[in-house]
Design a protein around this ligand. Structure first.
Ligand SMILES: Nc1ncnc2c1ncn2[C@@H]1O[C@H](COP(=O)(O)OP(=O)(O)OP(=O)(O)O)[C@@H](O)[C@H]1O
Length: 231
């Protein structure tokens, strides 16, 4: 569904991605792992269009999206849950969810029925300000906001960062449920190895802007992967 092919990306004179290629299929979780600063977030930025690639191609269902602006990619079904959540602290939970409407046609501007089955905690908090939620609740809100756009590709940037263990479990369950529906392709950037291993169908490991290891999760050599995650 999502194919990234040989992309290079630079910040000014500093090249951050070197020939990165990866594929994310529907009904699967693909984990992108690696230490701080190796280029995981830059890869996601390239996919959503927040930063241009200098070469290479990004395709959704076989169609190139390189020339599309971020909102056009969102309209085509690519949703992004950014690192640090980036919810709007002064808007209510309901208003935060409604920001996801921007890329939807008018007839589809409503919160999907099943959203509160995935995130029951948010239902009781619709009138609360985003900034008053705990970190874990904010992370759930950030994922829910992405789901409001009814994505076909969901990109998550370190959703476990700074989150308490019970909510990490809840988030893991939601990712599994979304995967098991079969029609969504999920790309999960993680440094928390155990979380990634439990969810991943495929994995890619980055180092210094390149993919250095990839494969099916059930064939992964844990020690090899861990070696690329420890400092
Ligand atoms: N806006 C920017 N301007 C200049 N350099 C940047 C910018 N964003 C990232 N970089 C650099 O690009 C490289 C890759 O960063 P990136 O954020 O993609 O890594 P990461 O693997 O996501 O790390 P982290 O786990 O810390 O988020 C790093 O050397 C970083 O310093």
């Amino acid at each position: 569904m999502l194919n990234v092919s040989d992309i290079n990306l630079s910040y000014g004179a500093s090249q951050a991605l070197w020939g990165v290629s990866l594929d994310v299929a529907p009904g699967t979780v693909t984990c992108l792992m690696g230490r701080n600063g190796v280029g995981k977030t830059s890869t996601l930025r390239a996919i959503v269009g927040q930063h241009p690639v200098s070469s290479g191609e990004i395709r959704l269902d076989g169609n190139p999206v390189n020339a599309m602006k971020p909102f056009e990619r969102a309209r085509r079904g690519i949703a992004f849950v950014p690192q640090g959540r980036e919810i709007f602290p002064l808007l209510t939970v309901r208003e935060n969810l409604e920001t996801g409407y921007a890329c939807l046609p008018r007839a589809e501007r409503h919160v999907p029925e099943d959203l509160f089955e995935l995130f029951p905690v948010l239902k009781d908090m619709l009138g609360r300000r985003g900034g008053d939620l705990s970190g874990g609740q904010q992370q759930q809100l950030a994922i829910a906001r992405a789901l409001v756009t009814r994505p076909r590709v969901l990109l998550l940037d370190e959703p476990t960062e700074g989150i308490q263990p019970s909510i990490i479990q809840d988030i893991g369950r939601v990712i599994e449920l979304l995967r098991d529906r079969g029609d969504m392709a999920i790309l999960l950037v993680e440094q928390y190895f155990d979380f990634a291993r439990d969810l991943a169908d495929r994995f890619y490991v980055m180092d210094r802007g390149e993919i250095v290891l990839s494969g099916k999760a059930d064939e992964m050599d844990e020690d090899d992967v861990r070696r690329h995650l420890t400092v």
